[in-house]
Ligand binder design. Structure first.
Ligand SMILES: [Zn+2]
Ligand SMILES: [Zn+2]
Length: 269
């Protein structure tokens, strides 16, 4: 009721821009981006971290993108089998699973793949790195506008690379490179430490790892995200209380707006 039930979607706007131009993931939270656009069409880029349901199920319900005057450049990680981007999306979004295919979305949609490395999108610099998760190639993204940096790793299983110094997973090179000095780290906090032994196979991280990665990588703020679906508001209040004394750590809630200009040091504004 308070933290929200939609799945992964983060919209990023340039300073003083009236509308977001870059969207990270197309979970059901994507429906809320239409509201941010106030009746205008979306014109921009959408980067998918991977293709799990909770990151793509908002696509057919994106009103601001599914209209004749919209422009959406959708990019997803290059697939190991070299599959075409629209074709791999259509495996989950086409009859009989769903009435329409990606190509049936209205407006100017393009579908492409992205390799690891740097790219430019809508005036942002984007760095993509492959990170361990489960079941399909998964990227984390680092997005910068030249003033501030957001690192986005919503689905990340660092224990896949070993226990690391704390037993919560490795602080591995790709995660550190994405998060290094970021003003905001939005990170997987699916698990509690006590759930790790039973649920490690789900391919996610513990909240404690997210906070520690933020500390190790020198992030200014850490947003604990991608909550386990059956967490209640009370559960998430407890999570917030657990890390509440740590500066810069917060629990993500639906509809949150973060002004990064208030986070970055004066010299970089
Ligand atoms: Zn996933
Ligand atoms: Zn996910």
């Amino acid at each position: 009721m308070r933290y929200g039930g939609n799945t992964s979607c983060v919209a990023i706007a340039h300073d003083s821009a009236p509308a977001p131009a870059l969207i990270l993931d197309g979970g059901t939270g994507l429906r809320e981006v239409s509201r941010l656009l106030g009746g205008e069409p979306f014109s921009g880029t959408m980067l998918l971290t991977h293709l799990h349901w909770d990151h793509v199920h908002g696509l057919p319900f994106f009103r601001a993108g599914d209209r004749d005057d919209a422009r959406v450049s959708l990019l997803l990680p290059a697939q190991p089998d070299g599959a075409d981007a629209a074709e791999v999306l259509a495996r989950g979004m086409s009859p009989p699973h769903f009435p329409i295919t990606p190509h049936d979305l209205r407006g100017r949609w393009t579908f492409g793949t992205l390799d690891e490395g740097s790219a430019n999108a809508e005036g942002f610099t984007v760095q993509a790195r492959e990170i361990p998760h489960k079941g399909g190639r998964t990227f984390g993204y680092r997005v910068s506008d030249g003033h501030s940096v957001v690192a986005y790793l919503p689905d990340h299983c660092p224990t896949e690379l070993g226990p690391g110094p704390d037993g919560w997973g490795e602080y591995h090179e790709a995660a550190l490179a994405l998060a290094a000095g970021a003003d905001l780290l939005v990170h997987d906090a699916f698990l509690l430490l006590e759930e790790m032994p039973a649920l490690a196979a789900y391919g996610h991280a513990a909240a404690d790892y997210a906070v520690a990665l933020g500390r190790v990588a020198g992030c200014r703020r850490v947003l604990l995200a991608h909550h386990k679906p059956d967490r209640t508001d009370a559960d998430l209040d407890l999570l917030a209380a657990r890390f509440g004394s740590m500066p810069g750590v917060a629990v993500a809630a639906e509809g949150m707006t973060i002004d990064l200009m208030s986070v970055v040091p004066e010299a970089r504004r």
